[in-house]
Design a protein around this ligand. Structure first.
Ligand code: SF4
Length: 447
């Protein structure tokens, strides 16, 4: 029998499986970039790989199971597996289920993962910067015309349903100069849309007391507003995700109104009832959100707000739920995702009394979705007849599919330009909206 743990002198070929959210995807891109710099080749099949890296997700129990299944598949198909990512903090559970894994590390442990690959598959040769072609923007897993820009790791909050801080630690902001350098490299490489991500984008710089950094010889604060201003100068779409409604978010709305960054905010509200928000320990839960939203829209009428919600959180009464539905009527959010509460191992919310029965959770989810669907549909209907910018994502023989400024990739809607097969991904075109349903738009090109 071969010892899978002994180093192999293979061909320096690594298989890679990336699971989880955009933040995990960015981690994968960093690891892959480093591996390429170290002379490894990334291959698409188990058979060709000397070792397989699985970047796992550990957000909810279903994601953990998916991660364990992916590790199991990689072990049976290849046998030599290195595990990293959010589920890596549960190394014991991974090793119990799959004793054959070679190494386990947690989230953003780039050096550790790369070190494990070096240990089990020594590099064939040293990286030669004059010969090896690592693209200056690094290896990316998203299409060429959009890219995620991660501005910090970790989170200072302790929402009771979430175990991310215990996996990723407290907030650590990346130096603003590094973030801007990366953004510039991506734009120079053809990226048309930067998606700013983190666990808590509006907290950027809190950990370093908004320290002044430098970019291209000029001072720049490690702060959301300064970062948005600088990103706005790059001439591409800049979209903000995971923003909490702290008072200073008001300061970036004018940048949206002036067209410097996209008029789009992804704010995971999770609930509206003050009692439930308090039990969830949500950031900025006591801010007068409806009033704020009204003011934001006065300043920037084009503003699109996307959010996610949890229904059936422990202790949520019918009254709390009704409060949420009424709140939705007032807030008139554009895009909304919702989940039923599911207990996550290690989360404090599991100890909160008043668990909501499964069938009540499901019934509330259905009512919630039906309620919001009408709001989203009505808001999209209002776009019919408007001329909008569309960033093209895909083109086939039937036409082009793109997104408007109101649509983030993967989570929001599409704009269909039927018959426009001569467009190219990454192009931004003007189009007039002719039709809408509750998710998507159809539009015709405008000369
Ligand atoms: S803000 Fe709350 S939900 Fe988001 S990562 Fe931090 S603790 Fe988790």
């Amino acid at each position: 029998m071969t010892d899978t743990k002994a180093p192999v002198q293979g061909n320096g070929k690594v298989g890679f499986i990336s699971l989880g959210c955009p933040k995990a995807l960015v981690d994968s891109e960093r690891i892959l970039t480093q591996l390429r710099m170290d002379g490894y080749e990334v291959v698409p099949t188990y058979n060709d790989a000397d070792v397989v890296v699985v970047n796992t997700c550990g957000f909810i129990d279903a994601a953990k199971q998916e991660s364990l299944d992916a590790i199991g598949e990689a072990i049976s198909e290849n046998g030599r597996v290195i595990v990293t990512g959010c589920m890596g903090v549960e190394a014991e559970r991974i090793r119990e289920t799959h004793p054959g894994v070679l190494a386990v590390s947690g989230p953003h442990a780039y050096e550790e993962v790369v070190g494990a690959v070096h240990q089990y598959v020594p590099p064939v040769r040293q990286h030669d910067p004059f010969v090896d072609l690592v693209p200056p923007q690094g290896v990316r897993l998203t299409p060429r015309h959009f890219a995620y820009l991660k501005i910090s790791e970790g989170c200072n909050h302790r929402c009771t349903f979430c175990i991310i801080p215990s996996m990723r630690g407290d907030l650590v902001s990346r130096p603003v100069g590094d973030v801007m350098d990366e953004a510039k490299r991506l734009v120079d490489a053809g990226v048309q849309e930067l998606l700013v991500i983190s666990q808590d984008t509006s907290a950027y710089g809190v950990d370093v007391k908004y320290r002044t950094g430098f970019w291209q010889g000029r001072p720049l604060k490690t702060k959301m507003q300064s970062l948005c201003e600088a990103l706005g100068e790059l001439g591409v779409w800049v979209r903000l995700h995971y923003v909490y409604p702290y008072p200073h978010v008001d300061d970036i709305i004018p940048l949206m109104a002036e067209g410097k960054i996209l008029p789009y905010l992804d704010i995971p509200f999770q609930h509206a009832s003050p009692k439930v928000l308090k039990a969830m320990k949500r950031p900025a839960h006591d801010s007068k959100t409806l009033e704020r939203i009204r003011k934001w829209r006065e300043i920037c009428p084009e503003l699109t707000i996307r959010s996610t919600f949890i229904v059936g959180f422990p202790g949520e009464t019918e009254e709390d739920f009704q409060y949420l539905l009424d709140w939705l009527d007032e807030a008139q959010l554009d895009r909304v995702g919702a989940f039923t509460y599911s207990p996550v191992e290690g989360a404090r919310a599991n100890d909160i009394e008043g668990a909501v029965p499964e069938e009540v959770k499901e019934e509330r989810l259905e009512r919630f979705m039906a309620h919001q669907a009408k709001i989203s549909a009505a808001r999209l209907q209002r776009k019919i007849g408007q001329t909008i910018d569309v960033l093209i994502d895909e083109v086939d023989e039937e036409g082009a599919i793109g997104r408007s400024k109101a649509d983030a990739p993967e989570i929001d809607g599409m704009v269909y330009l039927n018959g426009e097969s001569s467009l190219a991904p990454g192009q931004v075109v003007r189009a007039m909206v002719t039709e809408a349903d509750e998710h998507d738009l159809w539009a015709d090109l405008v000369e």
